[in-house]
Design a protein around this ligand. Structure first.
Ligand code: 0WD
Ligand code: CA
Length: 379
């Protein structure tokens, strides 16, 4: 049996043949039938306003206005004088999702739940972005990750921890990269309207505190999942229900050579597919920009058609590998976390070309479930 040390506990020193202490991320290991992934259902949504305040409603939802096939959107416009940037030093962890759960716990509690030790009928609660990182792990060669996991009332909460490498990169971001991060948000402003009968207003301020997030429920094999993801906008047609109405907006360098097209398929489309497939967002609208930050063409990608698009690439990524790895990682987390204890954090860590490992931390800096959530769920 595992014994708990006070802080960092190196699992490799523990000899227990009954437990696998690491998880392989080799692609070939996950090439089997596509696992069951139930159609994601939106169970709620929330908004974060210009001051990053939480609202249990859809006030930040925006409407997609189809751009010209060959527009001339200048993404540089407003960077100096009409840009309010979210403070990246503030680590929000799962807080917004937890606030949403508390605000909706009355309607969330399943009547069929027989397990009385569990107040939520979910195995996992996390951000969609964390699951995207898991989906792309078997193909990732550059950036590792750290995922903190805690079991509370029978549900495992997973929250990302910034790696040292990511922090160093963030703190030393070149000015050009900072500006290019703005370009993505500016593209949203050119293509999204605030109301169903208005038009986009590119003369306004870009404020990255604002967000509209969908909360979806689904199941991956035997894992019941509840996660939230930020959604850019929806189509105006009111007869299309969420999440099928949502549109993901992206920008990417314009494609001029076969090599660039191949790289776009092999690397960019993997990330785009994983992110939108998870919550059931059916379409991605890409704005292709030149070196000078001007969108020169747009193209719609149907998420359901992406795997056909990439089939001709040699040695390309496979959706089944992504989903099977994610599924096996969640199983690994389930069998690793035995105890229901919100002060205990299992820190799963991965670096490219390595296996996933973990360490144990009690009452450490990694604990992430706030007191207001623990008390609110117990009351
Ligand atoms: O505390 C943390 N470690 C994180 C918090 C990491 C990731 C996200 N978040 C929170 C924020 O509250 C944000 O509102 O997640 C929300 C977005 O979550 P998500 O949908 O699960 O994340 P992801 O799929 O990675 O990103 C979706 C969009 C991005 O759009 P593009 O097209 O670039 O993928 O959310 C934005 C960005 O516009 N975004 C973020 N916004 C706030 N904080 C963050 C972030 N850390 N990362 C991406
Ligand atoms: Ca986007």
């Amino acid at each position: 049996h595992l014994t708990h040390h006070r802080d960092q506990f190196d699992v490799k020193t523990e000899q227990n043949p009954l437990r696998t202490q690491t998880l392989s991320t080799r692609k070939d290991f996950y090439e089997r039938d596509f696992p069951l992934y139930r159609q994601p259902v939106e169970v709620g949504s929330f908004s974060l306003d210009a001051q990053r305040r939480f609202f249990n409603d859809r006030r930040q939802m925006r409407y997609y206005v189809e751009p010209d096939k060959n527009p001339n959107f200048d993404l540089k416009d407003g960077y100096r004088d009409r840009y309010i940037k979210r403070d990246e030093n503030v680590k929000e962890k799962l807080d917004h999702i937890l606030r949403w759960i508390l605000a909706n716990k009355g309607t969330l509690k399943s009547k069929e739940t027989t397990d009385s030790s569990r107040s939520l009928d979910f195995d996992f609660v996390t951000w969609r972005g964390h699951l995207t990182k898991l989906l792309t792990t078997p193909y990732e060669t550059r950036e590792g990750w750290l995922l903190a996991a805690t079991k509370f009332n029978g549900t495992i909460y997973i929250s990302e921890v910034e790696t040292e490498a990511a922090r160093i990169e963030r703190e030393n971001r070149p000015e050009r990269n900072k500006e290019m991060m703005y370009w993505g948000y500016k593209f949203e402003q050119y293509t999204c309207a605030d109301t169903v009968d208005s038009l986009p207003d590119p003369s306004g301020v870009v404020n990255t505190n604002e967000a509209f997030c969908t909360v979806v429920q689904t199941r991956l094999a035997d894992h019941k999942l509840l996660f939230s993801g930020e959604v850019d906008c929806r189509v105006k047609d009111p007869s299309t229900p969420p999440p099928a109405c949502y549109v993901e907006l992206k920008t990417s360098p314009e494609i001029c050579t076969p090599k660039q097209r191949s790289n776009f398929h092999r690397f960019k489309l993997l990330k785009w597919w994983a992110q939108s497939f998870l919550p059931g967002v059916p379409r991605i609208v890409a704005g292709f920009k030149d070196h000078d930050g001007v969108v020169v063409s747009t193209e719609t990608f149907l998420v359901s058609k992406v795997s056909q698009l990439i089939k001709n690439e040699f040695n390309c990524w496979k959706p089944t590998v992504c989903m099977n790895f994610c599924c096996d990682f969640l199983s690994f987390v389930k069998r690793t976390i035995a105890e229901n204890d919100h002060s205990l954090v299992y820190l799963f860590s991965w670096e490219p070309y390595r296996d996933v490992t973990y360490s144990l931390h009690r009452d450490s800096q990694y604990s992430f479930l706030p007191r207001w959530f623990i008390e609110g769920m117990s009351g």
